[in-house]
Design a protein around this ligand. Sequence first.
Ligand SMILES: [Zn+2]
Length: 195
Amino acid sequence: MNHRLAAWTEAELGVSGRVLDVVRAPAPVLSTPGAAVDPTDASTVQLAADLVVTMRVSPGCVGLAAPQVGARVKVFCVDVSQHPKARDHHGTFVLCNASVVEASRNEKAREGCMSVPDLTGDVKRSTRVVVHGWLPGTGEEITVEANAFEARALQHEIDHCDGMLFLDRVAGAHAVYARQTYLQARPPDVIRSEP
Ligand SMILES: [Zn+2]
């Protein structure tokens, strides 16, 4: 447990976040590795606030990365605290230029993504990771150990920052599934009148 990270809240950023549109696959920005950012730059701080607000207004969203809002940089937010599969976790936080520095054995589990709204897939992820990155705003260096569901969320978001989707990590077409509940929740197609 990293107590500094657990104590972090978006109020530290000192700016109001804006709700941004979430980009969907196959938008090229989702398959482009993000550039490293200056964590103390005002644009990074604003992006961090925007990511947190956009995550919060999205039901069931446990993380959001900059490429998903069209920004080609390595910034993401995570918050698994409201998810039933979460055990120990660090609440809401944003990391810049993060990378996995240590990883344990893999476990396969079902995964989804706001940028791939119609599909889920079975993805092997490490159940315990050590991640290194920087806090937006103060630029503090953070090393965090994460487990279980939070570890999975971190790996998913770091992948986004490297231009990868969960679909790039599934074992094959047999490990991809239609998200039925989402499809059923859609409004019926509008019947268009002929011109
Ligand atoms: Zn995603």
